[in-house]
Ligand binder design. Sequence first.
Ligand SMILES: Cc1cc2nc3c(=O)[nH]c(=O)nc-3n(C[C@H](O)[C@H](O)[C@H](O)COP(=O)(O)O)c2cc1C
Length: 165
Amino acid sequence: MKTLTVFYSLTGHTEKLARAINEAAGGDLLEIKTAKSMPRGFLKYFVAGRQVMKKEQPELAVFDKNPNDYDLVFLGTPVWAGEFVPAVRSFLVRVMLKGKKAALFCAHGGDNPGKAFSDLENELAGNEIIGKIDFKMDGITAAQEAANIESAQKWARDLAKKVSN
Ligand SMILES: Cc1cc2nc3c(=O)[nH]c(=O)nc-3n(C[C@H](O)[C@H](O)[C@H](O)COP(=O)(O)O)c2cc1C
């Protein structure tokens, strides 16, 4: 069984989860990057908010793995304006994932993932969503972060085991 963990992360939280998931589930890791970098500071909220609202598909940097070559795909996104991020939309439109088992994870600063999962599920029609997990990653203690990482790893390990059986 081939497993891919693919993610976008602007400030490193989703990346931490993705690396931990990849370590637990095995397989390959792919970071989605935009061709143009996001502005720093407050301006990023404006640019990102507009991208989300207009369902924009920012241009991506070159990537070298095709999730269609894998059996199980873990897909991670931060939550922006209650949604999954535009770079993930660009990625999904580009790769047209079909017939895969997919497990979704996200990092957020508030109490819940908003519509990130439901909208991702719509975008991933034609695939089987076998798991979803979200973590509040902002403003937490090191112990809470370690607990989140541990839960993410257990979740990933269990799903990978289930799929390979
Ligand atoms: C442009 C922008 C919009 C955001 N909107 C939300 C939101 O609607 N709900 C929420 O819980 N967190 C929101 N956040 C917080 C991020 O989801 C949170 O910081 C997350 O941990 C970032 O993940 P990353 O470090 O992988 O980029 C937003 C952050 C940014 C930069």
